[in-house]
Design a protein around this ligand. Structure first.
Ligand SMILES: O=C(O)c1ccccc1N[C@@H]1O[C@H](COP(=O)(O)O)[C@@H](O)[C@H]1O
Length: 211
């Protein structure tokens, strides 16, 4: 199920500025990610989330990224979110309690069993696969060996981890994911996106998924 019959969807993550939100939406990016984990250099407060989220056009998905955070904090952010990205060790029962569509990020450590994870997180909308670096939950800018992703998985795959304008076409061709997620690969510095990289990234995904 990881293969997508239509175009490859795109999520830009770690947005912190109005101008980046506006450009991403105008480029046709499907989902915009807001890092609500305060230890990230890309994190924003709930107040900034509110400001940015109300400027997101209809039919563009607003995604809140959380890492092992209290349910009360997630609830506080929910009015401004369409979908929740759980990027920590949250069990499915925790993810399911908010009555909101959610995706589960999995870090590709050596002994991960993706079929088991798909069963464990069967109620997730998709599984987001990210590189594993001990002690860092995500946003490392590192890739992993994409051949480790089974050709058929029981949930749609969102491919993340170290994607850039230079490698994203290969990633799309090799993995044929449902969607691509990028943060560092389109940045000038943490949370500050680069307009040219954003545009090139979208173009390269579109070209690759047309083939
Ligand atoms: O971006 C962060 O700071 C972050 C912090 C904690 C967990 C996840 C985080 N980002 C997510 O990591 C992946 C890969 O990012 P990158 O493209 O390698 O920079 C992506 O899903 C981000 O949303």
């Amino acid at each position: 199920m990881n293969a997508c019959s239509g175009r490859t969807r795109i999520k830009f993550c770690g947005l912190t500025r109005h101008e980046d939100v506006a450009l991403a939406a105008s480029l046709g990016v499907d989902a915009l990610g807001f890092v609500m984990w305060p230890k990230s250099a890309r994190s924003i407060t709930p107040a900034v989330l509110e400001e940015l989220a109300v400027a997101v056009p209809a039919f563009v998905t607003r995604v809140g990224l959380f890492v092992n955070q209290p349910a009360e904090f997630i609830e506080q952010c929910l009015p401004y979110l369409d979908l929740i990205q759980f990027h920590g060790d949250e069990p499915a029962s925790f993810c399911q309690q908010f009555g909101r569509p959610w995706i589960k990020a999995l870090r590709m450590h050596d002994d991960i069993d993706l079929h088991q994870a798909a069963a464990d997180y069967s109620l997730a909308q998709a599984l987001l696969l990210d590189a594993y670096r001990p002690g860092i939950p995500g946003g490392t800018g590192e890739t992993f060996d994409w051949s480790r992703i089974p050709a058929t998985l029981e949930k749609p795959v969102i491919l993340a981890g170290g994607l850039t304008v230079d490698n994203v076409a290969s990633a799309v061709n090799q993995v044929i994911p449902y969607a691509i997620d990028v943060s560092g690969g389109i940045e000038i510095s943490h949370g500050i996106k680069d307009a040219e990289l954003m545009a090139s990234f979208v173009q390269n995904v579109a070209l690759a998924s047309a083939h």
